[in-house]
Design a protein around this ligand. Structure first.
Ligand SMILES: CC(C)(COP(=O)(O)OP(=O)(O)OC[C@H]1O[C@@H](n2cnc3c(N)ncnc32)[C@H](O)[C@@H]1OP(=O)(O)O)[C@@H](O)C(=O)NCCC(=O)NCCS
Length: 308
């Protein structure tokens, strides 16, 4: 049986994360709709302080619907773009089809514009929801290349190269190392990358069993890889203040891999032969609205560690 049909009895609230009851009602909504538990964020420094949720609550304090926006500055074509990310858009099934999400989209769009954001980005399986606002789907790609060939001397040397140390996000000292690296990071690409997405990085690393984190002390960086393909080096993200070369990464992480698969635009990975590109087709559209209609040229890719 649907709950009461009268939406006039719902309470509309914005910026409610500092109310513990409302925060937990929001967490319940995400768990019920997407099966995602975001409460580990409480142990990872709390939710992103820039996150601005707007939601409908019923008389019992249950969160019926929500849409959030947070600051997500991007590097696009060598320029910093002040963007907002939209996330956590959901309406409980019994309340769908009554215009609740339309109201939340209108409010969130107006609030982002009033806050002066130049762009807004989101990922969705329902692009039609956002097209009326001027959001456009950005073509996403995956980037492949054979592992870089190295001179024989380098191959011999790689046996003595210090290998990467696996990090455990549930270990306090490893988490502190990660936090410090995230605070000092440079964007992983000049073409298209987040400037800082620490909260989502930590949550994605916490929640995804196939993500493996490695500390490369000699290159002073942390690398996130996908361990589900053993004969391939699958790079998800590189947290560094100066990007290492692909050869350095391969030598430390996967000396026997025959192929590299990069999940972000690889323009900063020094490699002479270039990358083959295939369309990324995971059914999830990356969409962007831009105040002046400026969209990135060519295919882009948002690191899965920045997924939001
Ligand atoms: C998608 C969802 C948020 C829609 O909520 P809702 O309250 O039923 O939406 P509304 O009644 O406000 O409808 C808003 C508009 O979107 C349209 N719409 C609804 N679902 C849609 C869909 N899947 N694709 C495209 N358009 C859709 C409606 O026709 C309506 O258009 P109109 O205002 O021009 O008449 C809800 O179905 C939901 O929570 N789904 C599961 C989670 C999800 O997919 N979230 C979206 C993440 S990006």
């Amino acid at each position: 049986m649907p709950r009461a049909a009268d939406t006039s009895r719902l309470v509309l609230r914005s910026d409610y994360f500092d109310d513990p009851r409302a925060w937990h009602a929001f967490c319940d909504l995400l768990k019920d709709i997407f099966g995602i538990d975001v409460t580990p964020l409480e142990g990872l420094g709390g939710p992103d302080p820039t996150c601005s949720p707007t939601g409908f609550f019923d008389q019992d304090g249950c969160c019926i619907a929500n849409l959030s926006a947070f600051s997500m500055p991007l590097m696009i074509a060598g320029r910093i773009v002040r963007a907002a990310g939209w996330q956590s858009g959901a309406v409980r099934p019994a309340w769908r089809g009554r215009g609740l999400f339309r109201q939340l989209m209108d409010i969130t769009f107006d609030r982002c514009r009033a806050a002066g954001y130049e762009a807004m980005v989101l990922t969705t399986r329902h692009p039609g929801l956002y097209e009326p606002y001027g959001f456009k789907t950005l073509p996403q790609a995956r980037f492949f290349c054979p592992t870089p060939s190295r001179p024989v001397s380098a191959r011999v040397a790689s046996t003595t190269v210090s290998r990467a140390r696996r990090l455990d996000i549930r270990d306090a000292s490893d988490l502190a190392l990660l936090r410090k690296a995230l605070a000092d990071r440079t964007p992983v690409s000049k073409n298209f990358a987040v400037l800082d997405q620490s909260h989502m990085f930590l949550l994605n690393a916490w929640l995804s069993p196939s993500v493996s984190l490695h500390w490369l002390e000699h290159a002073n960086c942390i690398v996130a890889t996908d361990v589900s393909s053993p004969d391939r080096l699958s790079l998800l993200d590189v947290i560094a203040s100066e990007m290492p070369t692909l050869s350095q990464l391969q030598a430390a992480l996967a000396p026997t891999a025959v192929e590299v698969d990069v999940h972000f635009p690889p323009d900063l990975l020094s490699i002479s032969d270039g990358f083959a590109t295939t369309a990324a087709d995971d059914g999830l559209a990356l969409m962007m609205w831009h105040r002046d209609g400026e969209f990135p040229a060519g295919p882009v890719r948002l690191s899965p560690m920045a997924d939001f």
